[in-house]
Design a protein around this ligand. Structure first.
Ligand code: SAH
Length: 297
């Protein structure tokens, strides 16, 4: 990264960069602080995971800059984002909101961006957001911990910088634990294979939640052995989370939110259903009833 051509802040007054988590998608999951800062910002620099409707809170005259960052097709390389933030911050009194999906410090490269701001002498603040695991689990009716099922919950990334998945599988397959994989869809075969190879039963409940908390939310429930195939059949792609552990089985009882996408699938038997995970196994489908009262997030 080349920040050397930026003037030191001691010689020049600067603005402030707010690293703001926008939550998993539903705009109502923004914190009050995030909503206020978005409404006050002179400049907003945002990623593709920022939910629809959230930018509507921006001032009409705010400068809005998209920097993308979909897996493997980064619109602007991270180093250029770092330099951009530092440059934007070098105007006195300017309020810059760096808006990121979920929480900036959970697989969000928030730490890297702050290091660059520190190097450039730009003041900053961090505003946490609802991370995808919390949002998706809540809207899928899957409690990440439960006294009868899991006393530990682990967040892991299924995507490493060089494209490999090099995780501590022994730690990830401990009993009475829930594991949530971010960015794991392209590696789902390997993830499920390793979890079974390291001792989890192939029948361990596992779910995928795509576009969690939004109108496009889709939830697929299967077990470790069949999940990769079911995901391939359903056409589910990123952004999606994989949740592994016996808590996933609680969805059958606790599901409360059915998004429009899932409702359409239930109405159309021609499409492979992802909303009826236990279809054919004699389980009831409480979410069909819940559909009438579900929020429109
Ligand atoms: N900082 C973010 C995570 C960024 S990594 C956070 O705290 O949530 C990007 C990954 O997050 C995606 O590939 C996906 O695995 C997950 N993700 C983010 N939003 C999601 C959503 N609405 N539904 C499902 N997964 C989501």
């Amino acid at each position: 990264m080349n920040l050397s051509n930026l003037p030191p802040s001691s010689r020049r007054p600067s603005g402030c960069v707010y690293l703001v988590g926008s939550g998993p998608g539903d705009p109502e999951l923004l914190t009050l602080k995030a909503a206020r800062l978005i409404g006050e910002a002179d400049v907003i620099v945002y990623d593709h995971l920022v939910g629809a409707g959230i930018l509507d809170l921006a001032r009409a005259d705010a400068e809005i800059i998209y920097v993308g960052k979909e897996a493997s097709k980064h619109t602007l390389p991270q180093e250029e984002i770092n330099v951009l933030l530092a440059r934007l911050g070098h105007i006195a009194g300017r309020k810059i909101v760096r808006l990121k999906g979920g929480d900036p410090f959970i697989f969000g490269r928030g730490g890297e961006e702050i290091e660059a701001l520190i190097e450039a002498g730009i003041p900053f603040e961090v505003v946490p957001g609802v991370t995808a695991a919390a949002g998706c689990a809540a809207y899928a009716g899957i409690p990440l911990t439960h006294r009868d099922h899991a006393q530990v919950c682990v967040f892991a990334t299924g995507h490493l910088k060089d494209g490999s998945i090099n995780l501590d599988w022994t730690a990830l397959t401990r009993p009475r634990q829930t594991v949530v994989f971010y960015m794991g869809i392209s590696g789902i075969h390997e993830i499920c294979r390793q979890m079974i190879a390291h001792g989890l039963s192939s029948h361990t409940p596992a779910a995928v939640v795509q576009h969690g908390t939004t109108r496009r939310q889709r939830v697929l429930v299967a077990d470790l052995a069949s999940l990769p195939e079911r995901v391939a059949e359903s056409g589910i792609t990123a952004p999606a989370l994989i949740i592994v552990g016996s808590v996933v089985g609680l969805r059958e009882k606790l599901a409360w939110y059915v998004a429009e996408e899932e409702r359409a699938e239930q109405a159309s038997p021609a499409r492979p259903s992802v909303a009826r995970p236990f279809a054919g196994k004699g389980f009831s489908q409480p979410w069909a009833q819940a559909a009438a009262t579900a929020p429109q997030g």
